[in-house]
Write a protein that binds this ligand. Structure first.
Ligand SMILES: Cc1cc2nc3c(=O)[nH]c(=O)nc-3n(C[C@H](O)[C@H](O)[C@H](O)COP(=O)(O)O)c2cc1C
Length: 593
């Protein structure tokens, strides 16, 4: 006979405590925790599973206030360092977050791990030494759940750098073979939040469960009992037109704002589209923002279409990651984050913070000799772009920007633009980073030969992407689709982004509603692209750098459009009506009846 598990109400209590456990950082009460309650929590922790039953944890219960104050100072130091490293948009949001309650809680508990406990033959850990730490984390989880059931809030503090951890170890007289796994602040609270505080504040969002569950192999997403989903098809199906009601409300509000009608020109239209995208008026501010620089190499480089060696792609990726490129300086100016996605660089890249390693292959193939990539690779790159967009949105970004890096990618872009718009290669091909007349003629010829060879069919966008590549174009197409499906605005950079967006629009025409053209590049194919997409560029400064620079420069314009719609007073709002002096000054702006 099968064990039927717990009676329903007890089962419910288990799921309830799991759902209602919260990381708590505010609203602690000074009430002491009775020793028997504390003992129950520690006993719950002590019953955690552990690799080879090694029980690597110890618990240091800190009540000494002076000690806690010294520890709080260590955390403050680390917090200040972290805050200084954040891009502007994030820094403002972080300023409002509380990340620790070391002194506000009556008890702090440090959970440690002894990686050596049990000796070398510890079952399981012999093969996977890193599992030692996992066991201590499970002890934390047990304590956290038990605390919720007891009405006790727990806040996990991890703002300790290596130096601070060493100082904390000294403060606790910790023997060197013990590693600190968790620092927990525990105390009674008057209430628990309904959702994670970081979700409530908009810092990050919960990923839908369907994003995280895969059937049999990674990528076959599907919840138990449901059909598995094709991510690309699912995202395309989720892209809908802009919300007419929210757009009408935005138009109507623009007309009531304390300014002459239409005086904000294109910015009014942007604000209306942002409202339509969000389905709300006013829409949320497009902040924080993140530019994703998709990097890949191109087989067509072999056709001598650029004076730059292919290695420059990897070198520039290193430059982005070191913060030394133009896109980094522009992003710092406007408070955006830069993330780099390796979708196909023809070199091994060191894992460093800020780099998403998503290499599909080390560069595409030469499209004059055959397809740049397989259909499966094109779909993999599209999927990667979707996943990057989703992850950046889940991380709290409210505006995505496209960037790119790939020596020879203006040649691939020209081929894609011709394939999707029917443009003449002589008109769509540009001089890229600045090529001489002979190279330019070769470039046009390469595009012509590619088109003749592949005879691309624009109703098969995946086929077009596979024919000409690159991986960054396909990934940008996925990125744009992913953002549009989540109804998050995406600011396109120049011609490479435009070529990717053409593929996205061929897959899902309504995607253009989520797109804002950051600028008009001096590459001739870009103007053709923007016209085809029906997008008006926000700036036109003769840029032809790529990297995301044009998109980043346009970010403040998009943000200002949203902010004006949200913040500017209306003639009929109480604020204006009450302020007679303001009304007097503004009367001349009133629309004539
Ligand atoms: C390993 C780990 C470290 C954490 N460190 C911190 C921290 O330093 N500061 C903080 O405010 N929250 C920290 N948290 C709490 C998370 O932000 C929190 O668990 C998350 O937002 C989900 O919210 P919830 O626990 O209420 O469901 C940490 C959580 C974990 C699991």
């Amino acid at each position: 006979m099968r064990d039927e598990g717990y009676p329903p109400e007890q089962r419910e209590a288990i799921y309830r405590v799991i759902a209602e456990r919260r990381d708590v950082r505010r609203g602690f009460l000074p009430d002491p925790i009775p020793p028997d309650v504390l003992a129950r929590l520690l006993n719950a922790a002590h019953q955690a599973p552990s690799v080879g039953f090694s029980q690597p944890w110890d618990f240091i219960v800190i009540t000494d206030r002076d000690k806690r104050q010294r520890i709080a100072a260590l955390v403050q130091r680390n917090r200040d360092e972290y805050a200084a490293a954040l891009p502007g948009g994030r820094a403002r949001a972080f300023d409002k977050l509380k990340i620790e309650s070391i002194v506000d809680t009556p008890v702090n508990i440090v959970v440690t791990c002894d990686r050596t406990r049990g000796g070398r033959h510890t079952l399981g850990r012999h093969a996977q030494p890193r599992t030692a730490g996992f066991s201590s984390v499970l002890a934390v989880a047990n304590l956290w759940l038990a605390a919720r059931a007891e009405g006790l809030g727990v806040g996990w503090v991890s703002f300790f750098g290596e130096h601070e951890l060493a100082e904390l170890g000294e403060e606790l007289s910790l023997p060197p073979h013990l590693e600190i796994v968790a620092y927990l602040c525990v105390g009674y609270v008057s209430e628990f939040g309904a959702e994670p505080e970081l979700a409530a504040s908009g810092w990050a969002r919960r990923r839908p469960m369907a994003w995280a569950v895969h059937a049999d192999e990674y990528g076959r997403r599907g919840l138990p009992g449901e059909e598995t989903m094709d991510l690309l098809a699912e995202v395309i199906a989720a892209i809908e037109p802009l919300d007419a009601g929210a757009m009408a409300a935005a138009r109507e509000r623009q007309d009531r704002m304390t300014k002459p009608r239409g005086s904000l020109g294109e910015l009014e239209l942007i604000s209306v589209r942002l409202a339509g995208l969000a389905g709300a008026c006013p829409p949320p501010l497009p902040e924080p923002a993140c530019v994703a620089v998709f990097a890949g190499d191109h087989g067509v480089h072999a056709q001598d279409v650029t004076p730059w060696p292919q290695e420059v792609t990897a070198q520039m990726v290193a430059n982005f990651l070191a913060g030394g490129a133009v896109v980094n300086s522009f992003a710092a100016q406007v408070g955006a984050e830069v993330t780099v996605v390796d979708v196909g660089v023809a070199a091994d890249l060191d894992p460093v913070p800020g780099l998403l390693p998503r290499k599909i292959e080390r560069g595409t193939k030469d499209f004059t000799a055959g397809p740049a990539m397989t259909r499966d690779q094109a779909i993999a790159a599209l999927t990667t772009g979707i996943e990057v967009a989703r992850d950046l949105v889940a991380a709290g970004n409210r505006c995505l920007l496209t960037g790119d890096m790939g020596i020879a990618n203006t040649t691939a872009s020209a081929a894609l633009i011709c394939a999707f718009t029917g443009a003449d290669p002589a008109e769509a091909t540009g001089r890229g980073t600045g090529v001489d007349a002979a190279t330019y003629a070769r470039k046009v010829d390469v595009v012509c030969r590619g088109l003749a060879r592949h005879r691309p069919d624009p109703v098969d966008p995946v086929g077009v992407l596979a024919a000409f590549g690159g991986f960054e174009h396909a990934a940008i197409a996925g990125f744009v689709l992913g953002a549009a499906a989540l109804r998050v605005p995406v600011i396109l950079d120049g011609v490479i982004a435009g070529a990717g967006a053409l593929a996205a629009a061929a897959l899902a025409p309504d995607v253009a509603g989520a797109c804002f053209a950051g600028h008009r590049s001096s590459e001739p194919g870009h103007a053709i692209t923007l016209e085809h997409l029906g997008l008006r560029p926000l700036i036109d400064l003769g840029l032809r750098l790529g990297e995301g620079t044009g998109a980043v420069l346009a970010l403040p314009l998009v943000q200002s459009a949203a902010r004006a719609l949200r913040d500017v007073a209306t003639f009929d709002s109480a604020g204006v009506a009450e302020k007679d002096h303001l009304r007097e000054r503004l009367w001349c702006l009133r629309p004539r009846k």
